[in-house]
Design a protein around this ligand. Structure first.
Ligand code: HEM
Length: 236
């Protein structure tokens, strides 16, 4: 597998946009004066939050049943460990943030009715002192998640602009999906498949793509060299 499946990539970006939107929307709505409009906005916030919760469950199920592509060979151990730990924490937080909002809403005594149609069961009985604590948890978990998302984005940009590997590109949903564990898949991992690639990689890869097409097998060093970060390639 050389890149994420389309479903995994679509879920990744959909959840990312929904979380960002709900973060901004939640921060904005709490400071409004009490009005029917504010209560409506709270409902929109809850609907989007519950949708994120369901999408994250779907994403975790997909992740368990579909192995992700392997990390680039040049990554040192500390980076691999950091990536594993931060991805695990991100899955946990993207569940914990909506869950804390749901618990808070239940303890506050406000029922959530999904899209004004499906009543969501209350997880707790009404309990105002507990609601105050859960509100603080909802806020704090949001800030921890925001910090981790910033680190995650910084790491992705480092891979793309400094290491110049395909870690960011392979999560892009519009490329061709890699065939799982296919021996010819190194051809598909070539960064030339994306318009976001470096000019040097693109010109090297058009030659290699030609070679891959004609040999139908891509076990040769021609193809694997495309995935090697530019900074680590021997001088020509
Ligand atoms: C993607 C998921 C979610 C994100 C990113 C998110 C984010 C936020 C943020 C940033 C705030 C503002 C906190 C503050 O400044 O005090 C907030 C408030 C709130 N959230 Fe969420 N939230 C999510 C899911 C949910 C869910 C699923 C529910 C309930 C079912 C919920 C219920 C609430 C409520 C009721 C408030 C208002 C708190 C108050 O009255 O001060 N949230 N949320």
């Amino acid at each position: 597998m050389t890149r994420y499946t389309k479903v995994a990539a679509a879920l990744h970006w959909l959840i990312a946009v929904a979380i960002l939107a709900n973060f901004v929307f939640g921060t904005w709505m709490v400071d409004l004066d009490l009005s029917p409009a504010k209560l409506r906005y709270y409902s929109y916030h809850k609907w989007l939050g519950v949708s994120v919760f369901l999408l994250v469950l779907l994403r975790i199920a997909w992740r368990i049943s579909h192995r992700p592509p392997v990390l680039p060979a040049h990554m040192p151990t500390w980076e691999r460990v950091a990536a594993g730990v931060s991805h695990f924490a991100l899955y946990g937080l993207t569940l914990a943030v909506p869950l804390s909002g749901w618990l808070f809403s239940s303890a506050k005594g406000f029922k959530t009715v999904y899209f004004a149609v499906i009543p969501i069961p209350d997880l707790l009985a009404k309990n105002p002192p507990l609601a105050d604590t859960l509100k603080l948890w909802h806020l704090s978990l949001n800030y921890v998640m925001a910090l981790l998302v910033l680190l995650h984005v910084a790491a992705a940009l480092k891979h793309h602009f400094m290491d110049r590997d395909d870690v960011l590109v392979r999560m892009w949903p519009f490329g061709r999906s890699g065939s799982p564990s296919s021996p010819s898949s190194p051809c598909l991992s070539a960064p030339h498949r994306s318009p976001w690639t470096w000019p040097e990689a693109r010109s090297r890869s058009s030659r290699s793509r030609w070679a891959c097409r004609w040999t139908a097998r891509c076990a040769s060093s021609t193809c694997s060299s495309i995935s090697t970060p530019r900074s680590r390639r021997p001088a020509a």
